[in-house]
Design a protein around this ligand. Structure first.
Ligand SMILES: [Zn+2]
Length: 428
């Protein structure tokens, strides 16, 4: 495909006007202000459009679209135990597949090209990812109820099968990570065993970290150290880690995360809705930590809209610090895109640059809130909305355009999700 006369956000996250962008064999093969020679296939009229890297949603529980609206107005511990866990006990792989298909449709419509997922029955998620064309770092959520001895647990067997059958599937679109749900659902023995497994198979770990003050302080009372120090003591950060939330991190925690090159997936909408607080993204950036963006699941957000989370992250960083220079628009766009790709260890993704994989979205700027076009990055971050997205492309393949999904039967996805939710709600 050849995008013609299109404005873009370049690899330094600055705007560039009126460019030609050629996509060939899944990668960006040309960027320039003159039309390139040769046959590029379909041409795309880019006038009054802005091309940017697609969003990398680095913390999600995609199947939880089914729980959307079923667990409202509760703090995290009651939200989990009174609403989410009973619902999840009734989930089948078929229901999870339906929830994930709906989630993928929602994410593609919001400009998301890849997500990091933590859940169970991951084969159902993997199949939906494979069929849709999106990218995903799959991980099977692990809690201590799975048994103290990890190597003899169902989780270890599932992880082994996932690594065997799904690692690198879909021409590398699927990556299999391991997962530890959180400090409060683990033991040191379990955590160190998962860390050793991840090191052995050379993969990463996804986990929840210091999401609530209660969790953070209870860990200090239980183990005499913060959750970050606890995980570090078990060797978790010796492999690539994406830690979700990080709301209650302390300065020493940020130093550990920087030293160990971990990523922190900030989930501002989920944290605000569950009244958990908000992450200090400015302090993380200042420490040199790889800061990324996540939506968390739709049960606590209630959408999977990275645009909205990006805006919230930007405004919270300024409001909380009293510093209007905290998190520039370029910082926010990099956090939502390139940093997320790096957290997923997709080093050739997340930027509009020649040689990079064509994981892109196009925003319609023929709307009042993008006029005048004095600072397109600022308009995107502070005034942009996911409904401005008119095209989402993954590895050079269009997966969403102007309301249409070439790879997803959206009516069926919505129908199935509603049907499974109705059935489960009638059982609990
Ligand atoms: Zn989560």
């Amino acid at each position: 495909m050849l995008f013609c006369n299109i404005d873009l956000i370049d690899e330094s996250f600055a705007p560039r006007r009126n460019q030609f962008v050629g996509v060939r064999d899944g990668r960006i093969a040309y960027i320039g202000d003159v039309r390139p020679d040769g046959d590029w296939g379909e041409t795309y009229d880019g006038r009054r459009r802005l091309l940017l890297p697609g969003f990398y949603n680095t913390h999600c529980h995609a199947a939880m679209t089914l729980v959307r609206g079923s667990a409202e107005g509760l703090p995290l511990d009651r939200w989990l135990h009174e609403k989410v866990f009973p619902f999840e006990a009734k989930l089948t792989p078929a229901a999870i597949g339906a929830g994930v298909r709906l989630a993928i449709a929602e994410m593609l419509r919001c400009g998301t090209v890849s997500f990091s997922d933590m859940y169970f029955a991951c084969e159902a998620t993997g199949q939906a990812v494979l069929d849709s064309g999106i990218k995903c770092n799959l991980s099977r959520s692990l809690t201590v109820s799975d048994g103290e001895d990890y190597r003899n647990s169902a989780a270890y067997a599932e992880n082994t099968a996932l690594l065997r059958d799904w690692q690198g599937a879909g021409d590398g679109r699927i990556t299999v990570d391991l997962s530890i749900h959180a400090e409060y659902t683990s033991t040191p023995r379990l955590v160190s065993a998962v860390a050793a497994h991840a090191a052995q198979v050379r993969t990463g770990i996804q986990l929840h970290l210091s999401e609530t003050k209660t969790e953070h302080e209870a860990c200090k009372a239980r183990h005499g150290m913060t959750p970050t120090a606890y995980f570090a003591a078990q060797g978790v950060f010796d492999v690539p880690v994406t830690a979700a939330h990080g709301v209650w991190l302390e300065p020493e925690d940020r130093a550990i995360l920087h030293e160990k090159q971990a990523s922190v997936a900030c989930c501002p909408a989920s944290n605000l809705k569950l009244a958990s607080g908000f992450v200090d993204a400015r302090a993380l950036l200042a420490e040199g930590v790889n800061v990324t963006l996540g939506t968390d699941g739709a049960a606590s957000n209630n959408g999977l809209d990275s645009f909205r989370d990006m805006t919230l992250l930007a405004l919270l960083a300024k409001g909380a610090s009293g510093d209007p220079t905290a998190l520039s628009p370029a910082d926010c766009l990099r956090i939502a895109t390139r940093n997320g790709a790096l957290a997923q260890r997709r080093t050739d993704c997340g930027v509009v640059a020649v040689g990079s994989r064509a994981d892109l979205c196009v925003v319609d700027t023929d709307r009042p809130w993008y006029v005048p076009a004095t600072d397109p990055a600022a308009s995107l971050v502070y005034a942009g909305r996911s409904s401005d997205v008119v095209l989402t492309m993954v590895d050079g393949r269009v997966l969403y355009q102007d309301g249409a999904y070439p790879t997803i039967d959206i009516e069926r996805a919505a129908y199935d999700a509603q049907r499974f939710t109705n059935r489960i709600l009638s059982q609990i």
